[in-house]
Ligand binder design. Structure first.
Ligand SMILES: NC(=O)c1ccc[n+]([C@@H]2O[C@H](COP(=O)([O-])OP(=O)(O)OC[C@H]3O[C@@H](n4cnc5c(N)ncnc54)[C@H](OP(=O)(O)O)[C@@H]3O)[C@@H](O)[C@H]2O)c1
Length: 273
């Protein structure tokens, strides 16, 4: 697809953004679905976020993904928030809808769809480790259909999530709740770029479905331990793919081929693109 005067602009704002897989995923989708659009990564300082959003609006940028450290702060500068973005208190997707910037959060649905590849989520018992931005979004989404417990190192942040109808407790209670759970999700950053797991291997058992939302490395220490204990596992790249697919659907209405997106993302992760 040639870039011309009709090319629509989409992008990612955050800091850092240069490592992101989103540009290669979305540009591959625009090409595959023959959409005249381009997706770029914009590194935006915290103090320039308002300017960046006003600039995006003035320039008619059609959609943005939002990553750290702007996901919460950006809610202040948008014209409207979807129900889930308001409840979760953070935005990872902005759509320009007839000149109005509307904020959405697709992290929760992304995690749910990733999990649903391998297991039934409805009616299950889910243990989420981590009550940061991602943990909050996942707790909100899964609490609609499952029984959810969130454990966090900082107890107050887990307790705050009780407004979603989940139970919040301290990470120290992991040995107790892991016995109870059908599904375990690591939504902390532990394991990212390091050979460390937040879950002692001896607490894992074969009937537990284990998801790690960390995707660098793809096979985290937690997932390796879980596989060796016979657990069904889901990696964080599937969540990344599904949250991206949901953003793309909001922007274009297209239901994308997630297997294709996964192949593109994998190539990007391995440094091939
Ligand atoms: N796959 C995807 O699509 C996807 C999407 C979003 C995020 N992620 C990944 O998910 C991870 C979390 O992202 P986020 O946006 O939620 O980050 P965040 O808001 O900074 O939250 C970090 C979470 O990790 C916990 N944590 C950090 N270090 C810990 C430690 N040493 N021991 C115990 N808990 C620890 C924090 O606990 P405290 O509250 O006690 O500090 C908090 O719950 C990151 O690695 C991110 O890259 C993946």
């Amino acid at each position: 697809m040639d870039i011309n005067a009709k090319t629509k602009v989409y992008g990612l704002i955050g800091k850092p953004v240069r490592h992101s897989l989103s540009p290669i995923m979305h540009n591959a989708l625009f090409e595959k679905y023959n959409i005249n659009a381009v997706y770029l990564a914009f590194e935006v300082e915290l103090g320039r976020l308002r300017d960046a959003i006003m600039g995006a609006k003035a320039l008619g940028i059609m959609g943005l993904n939002v990553t750290m450290p702007h996901k919460v702060e950006v809610t202040k500068f948008l014209d409207e928030l979807s129900d889930e973005a308001r409840e979760i208190g953070s935005v990872n997707t902005i759509a320009n809808e007839d000149g109005r910037l509307v904020g959405y959060n697709t992290d929760g649905i992304g995690a749910r769809k990733a999990l649903e590849r391998v297991t039934e989520v409805e009616g299950s018992k889910v243990l989420i480790l981590g009550a940061g931005g991602a943990g909050r979004a996942i707790a909100y989404e899964l609490s609609k259909v499952a029984e959810v417990v969130v454990l966090n190192r900082t107890l107050e942040k887990a307790k705050e999530l009780e407004k979603f109808g989940v139970k919040g407790d301290s990470l120290e209670e992991l040995p107790y709740y892991i016995e109870w759970a059908d599904i375990l999700i690591n939504a902390t950053s532990v394991g990212m770029g390091e050979e460390r797991s937040i879950v002692p291997k001896n607490l894992l058992r074969p009937s537990l479905v284990v998801m790690d939302i960390v995707y660098k490395p793809l096979l985290t220490r937690l997932l390796r331990d879980a596989r060796s204990m016979g657990c069904v596992t889901v990696d964080g790249l599937w969540m990344l793919v599904y949250q991206g697919a949901e953003s793309f659907k909001i922007w274009t209405g297209v239901e994308v081929d997630v297997e294709f997106m996964r192949r593109v993302a994998l190539e990007g992760l391995r440094g091939g693109r």
